[in-house]
Design a protein around this ligand. Sequence first.
Ligand code: DAR
Length: 338
Amino acid sequence: MTATWFSGTSSSLVKKHLSQALFKSLEHLETASGFTLEKAIRSGIQNPDSSIGIYAGDADSYQVFSPVFDPVISEYHNFPKGGTHVSDFALPDLPPADPGGKYILSTRIRVARNLKDYSFPANLTLSCRKALEKKIIRALGLLESDLAGEYRPLEDVGKGHRPEDKGLAFEKGDRFQDAAGINSDFPKGRGVFHSLDRKLMVWVNEEDHLRIMSLERSSHLSLVFHRLCRALQALSPRLGFAFDHRLGYLTSCPTNLGTAMRAGVHIRLEKLDRKKELLHGLAKEYHLQIRGTRGEKTEVEDAVFDISNAQRLGIGEAAVIQTLHQGLLAIIKAEETL
Ligand code: DAR
């Protein structure tokens, strides 16, 4: 299948940057956990409509297969060869972007994290996934104060025995993640943690080992961000996140490298909904991504947009939040002026 893929058509970045000769020069290599280039690109081979087409099976993948990953990363993130990533969580308090709650319905900031000493989700055996889940549950159980909460295995949440489980479960990954091996043994070894006020949520063993989310029904970006920082400060020493001085926090999909952070709001823009070119112009100016109401590859419903940061790599976390804040102020001003 791999041989025919090279002669076929695909819009993915990995197809653009991986020649058959380069593949042949790397196909015999294995990472520390036995991951191969063929496994890394199997999603892109099975889904020619992939935009990227490659996933990492462990932190080592980004070194061993760097002749493939690096050009994909440079093009996707507009990241210079030899570039480095510096984390910066020092965000000053910011005033709520929409104090009256006229436009912004909710704010959600999530980061992806993987543990450096474990294979990533595309390359996990069931026993490793379960051992990893146990390690993460122990760390989550030590969260204190407003971050303290409860872990629910996905196998239980999916059965719907408890009314309070409603809305907790995450879905099985899409066909791209399926082909990558990320969904293997679903829903075993997976689950959701939530603080008692549900303003902190953690998905365990979804596309990455952890998806840590701080969220609330307000436009108070810095309050949501500082809650996330407190959770990261508590979890990081106990779990040991995979981090690289060039690529930042290492993730399954190269699109999430760097901060591995998506910070966004659900915002109702009834006038800009009829002036989308103006909205997209502002998004471009403030490096924002506009998605449909239910996220990636969905439609806008009732003029509610999902607007978040587009930049991930080569920028600090504080700068991402400040740019998003300025962009939201500009968008709200435009909505009010129309
Ligand atoms: N669908 C895969 C990955 C796209 C980025 N989205 C993620 N990682 N959720 C593709 O290669 O198109």
